[in-house]
Design a protein around this ligand. Structure first.
Ligand code: ADP
Ligand code: ZN
Length: 813
């Protein structure tokens, strides 16, 4: 067998334009290196030592004068062949660099080598040593230096005595004076653990090079890769002082999540092999899906099942079947669903051969789980988005629960969609992909209806729990009566009644946000974009109405074009306003608010929900995240304060999101919600989304929405890929975005009008941490050519041409 002489590598970078394959010579001494191993190479003109991963061994290189690999970092590949292929696929579809994908696939321990430090051995006598080394100045210095310190880093020793410190350290280690402090002390799992993660501000500051100081950058880089980590881990891997970390927390760059550990439940608490008896409908669905499993071919199925219909039970039975076939499965759930109760269910059924991967694990914990999976000690992996990369062999089944949820789309590089990754893995492994949801995404249901996916449904709640009465409250009427738009008369009455009986209420407000749309308070007319049919957003700065999709704008109107009256209002209600209003109306009632302000820690919503459940307050006001909290016995009123804020969000998915949110809130089968009442407040009660939601009729909504999407050339009939151009100076971002548009226009010229361009338009959040952002959207058939166009634009986008701006592409928006 001829020995490989040339290695092709991908280097560690987040810059797309240099993310190419590079060839290096393999020195004789390193000939054992394999594909999927990481190496160090000299890179660029300055030959900076850079990390890279081997992707191939070409027979020869077209380049002459190759540089040579300087070191091999892994004796065994960190990624196997399947994962390498997967990484290429994800890179291509998410417009990311190869290394960023590889990093997403592997726990942070691989990327961050511990900062080694030393401490004096416990049994040494400093006085004796000082005498013993009395004729060596450096040794004396070192002994004194370590004598009164807990631990010291190598760098600080070298600073103290210079280069020769290196050999002195080794000498001291060999003679047992110094010991290497190697392992971070994994504290025994405490009930509560503080985990640090990068806040949105921190992320923005880091990605725009606005973090001052290399120490801060190190922490940011580490947390970005790790997700969350304990203070000990951060210091251990970055070598940065705890003061820097504290300061970053103070400045809001790093947030702390103090969570009750939901990890591995104690085996003693587990039910022993619980028996499931599926009911008739569940059994039929199970049999249908089992047939797909038995076929052992790549398949995709959609399970449309109302909440509480027993989807989770069907998942568990299918997993049992796949395990009996000698294969394994992955279950993805949204973060908020990953509760101790759910984990307990899974652990009970699979006697501990379960691994949990989610962002609330510390670095060490995630590594432990990852290793268990890789060693083959796990049959079922359950986790959030990135768990789709779990290194399971013999993959037979992937389940994505609540498949419509936004959390499956990554919002930072690599901007992948877990569904996309799952499809590819299932295709490679001849496995079944099962999507489950009470309100499937329009795209998935369309595929199911057209026979691309198999469709199954569970239409009844287990135990036949009743739906609440749903009342539609016209907020135009409230407005006319002089009361503000917040708590209408219907809701006011229900709240009064509930409070008098010591019952609780949940009030849902759409995500915070300053975006407002215009509505006619007489007839309910909402100004829409003439191109895209999404609602125009009101910008007070220039008193204009702007489309956030295509950038179309017009001056604000003061007469309704429908009814000719002059009663137009810009609307949009935040959680704070609702809290204030409830307080005004019911001063004696205690209120808990839950939104991104009050839940700075990723899991603080659990704590808030617990407080609410224990009766510390009678009203819970919050954003979408409370919609799942309805399983409270004492809650008898649930209301969507402003359904329009979602429907008219200005995003082409607005209707879909609104429908799903309303259904989630009003359609919960909760034990205690049997006699509950739900209120939907809207200025447009005849809107198809409201009507279908009030009837809890998904298919009715789907049929209306899909014909609208067809008409408007929106997904699933097209694919949208959005470029986001940003800069610290608004005008620069704006100019650059127009250049992108004209380059794009040239690109699609000879392509038979298959593609068109929307925008530039200001991004939904135009200014984020002093960065201005514009979107340009490319629309066309979902195909190779479309992605090639996007790649071409990204690869030709240079700082030279566009000034101090940056660009990325997102296929998930
Ligand atoms: P989903 O995942 O669709 O929301 P779950 O699987 O969580 O539904 O089921 C909702 C509740 O109904 C659970 O408490 C579950 O134990 C119960 N349940 C559903 N089907 C059955 C069944 N066949 N036998 C016993 N309990 C069931
Ligand atoms: Zn438009």
């Amino acid at each position: 067998l001829a020995q490989a002489l040339v290695a092709r590598v991908a280097i560690d970078t987040t810059v797309l334009t240099i993310d190419k394959a590079y060839d290096y010579l393999i020195p004789d001494t390193l000939s054992y290196v394999k594909i999927g191993c990481r190496v160090l190479v000299p890179f660029g003109r300055s030959n900076k030592t850079t990390e890279a991963i081997i992707i191939a061994f070409p027979e020869h290189s077209v380049y002459e004068k190759l540089k040579t690999i300087s070191a091999v970092l892994d004796s065994e590949p960190v990624l196997n062949e399947e994962c390498m292929k997967l990484a290429f696929h994800v890179r291509d579809r998410s417009f990311s660099t190869f290394y960023s994908v590889v990093k997403a696939m592997i726990p942070a321990n691989y990327w961050f080598k511990p900062i080694i430090s030393y401490q004096k051995a416990p049994d040494i006598n400093i006085e004796e040593l000082l005498i013993q080394f009395s004729d060596c100045k450096d040794a004396l210095l070192l002994i004194q230096y370590v004598s009164d310190k807990e631990e010291v880093s190598k760098d600080s020793i070298l600073d103290l005595i210079g280069e020769q410190g290196e050999s002195l350290i080794n000498e001291f280690i060999n003679s047992g004076i110094l010991i290497i402090k190697q392992k971070v002390q994994q504290q025994v799992r405490e009930k509560r653990q503080k985990l640090y993660f990068l806040s949105q501000e921190g992320l923005t500051a880091y990605s725009t090079s606005n973090l001052q100081g290399s120490a801060r950058n190190k922490i940011a880089e580490f947390l970005l890769s790790a997700g969350q980590a304990t203070q000990k881990e951060i210091i251990y891997y970055t070598g940065v002082s705890s003061n820097t970390l504290t300061l970053m927390v103070k400045k809001g760059l790093v947030s702390i999540d103090e969570i009750e550990i939901l990890r591995t439940p104690m085996p003693s608490e587990l039910e022993d092999n619980p028996v499931i008896e599926l009911n008739q409908n569940q059994f039929e669905v199970y049999v249908g899906l089992s047939d797909l499993l038995d076929a052992q071919e790549a398949n995709c199925a959609l399970l449309h099942g109302v909440t509480g219909s027993g989807k989770t039970l069907v998942y568990i039975e299918l997993l049992k079947r796949i395990i009996s076939m000698g294969k394994k499965g992955i279950v993805l759930v949204p973060e908020i669903s990953l509760t101790p109760q759910l984990l307990k269910r899974f652990y009970s059924h699979f006697s501990g051969r379960v691994a949990v991967l989610h962002s609330a694990l510390s670095v060490g914990e995630r590594y432990d789980e990852w290793r268990r999976i890789r060693q083959g000690n796990v049959d079922v992996v359950i986790g959030t988005r990135s768990a789709i990369f779990a290194p399971l062999d013999k993959l037979g089944l992937v389940i994505i629960d609540e498949e419509h949820e936004h959390t499956y789309r990554s919002e930072s590089m690599p901007r992948y969609h877990a569904l996309d990754v799952a499809k590819y893995r299932c295709l490679q492994n001849k496995a079944l992909l099962l999507l489950g949801s009470a309100t499937p995404s329009i795209e998935s249901m369309y595929k199911a209806k057209s026979g691309i996916y198999s469709l199954f449904s569970l239409n009844t709640r287990f135990g036949g729990a009743l739906l609440p009465d749903i009342i539609i409250s016209d907020s135009k009427k409230n407005y006319k009566n002089g009361s503000p738009n917040v708590i209408g008369p219907e809701l006011y009455e229900l709240l009064s009644e509930a409070f008098s009986k010591q019952e609780q209420a949940i009030l849902l407000v759409n995500r915070r946000g300053s975006n407002r749309h215009i509505v006619c308070m007489e007839c309910g007319y909402v100004p829409m974009c003439i191109n895209c049919s999404v609602p125009l957003k009101y910008h007070s700065a220039n008193n204009r109405l702007i489309c956030h999709q295509c950038g179309y704008s017009q001056s604000n109107i003061d007469t309704c074009p429908e009814c000719k009256k002059h009663n137009l209002e810009s609307v949009g209600i935040g959680t704070q306003l609702v809290e204030a209003e409830v307080h005004k109306l019911f001063p004696e009632i205690k209120i808990i608010r839950m939104d991104s302000d009050t839940t700075s820690g990723k899991n603080s919503h659990e704590i808030i929900l617990k407080d609410f459940e224990s009766g510390k307050a009678q009203v819970l006001v919050g954003t979408q995240m409370i919609a799942k909290g309805l399983d409270f016995e004492n809650v008898t009123v649930a209301a969507v304060i402003d359904a329009d804020a979602s429907i008219y969000s200005g995003d082409w998915r607005g209707s879909e999101q609104a429908f799903s949110m309303i259904l989630q809130l009003t359609g919960r089968s909760g034990r205690g919600f049997k006699n509950g009442k739900a209120v939907i407040q809207t200025a447009t009660p005849s809107n198809y989304v409201i009507k279908a939601a009030a009837e809890q009729n998904y298919m009715k909504f789907f049929n209306d929405e899909i014909s609208l999407r067809r008409e408007l050339k929106q997904p699933p009939f097209t694919k949208l890929i959005t470029f986001i151009v940003s800069a610290t100076i608004d005008k620069e971002a704006y100019t650059a975005s127009h250049r992108v548009r004209s380059t794009l226009k040239n690109c699609i010229q000879n392509k038979n009008n298959k593609y068109d361009i929307l925008g530039p338009a200001p991004a939904a959040i135009h200014k984020l941490n002093n960065i201005y952002r514009y979107c340009i959207t490319l629309r066309g058939p979902d195909c190779r050519e479309l992605r090639d166009i996007v790649w071409e634009i990204l690869m030709t986008y240079h700082r030279k041409i566009y000034g101090n701006t940056s660009i990325f592409a997102d296929a998930n928006m």
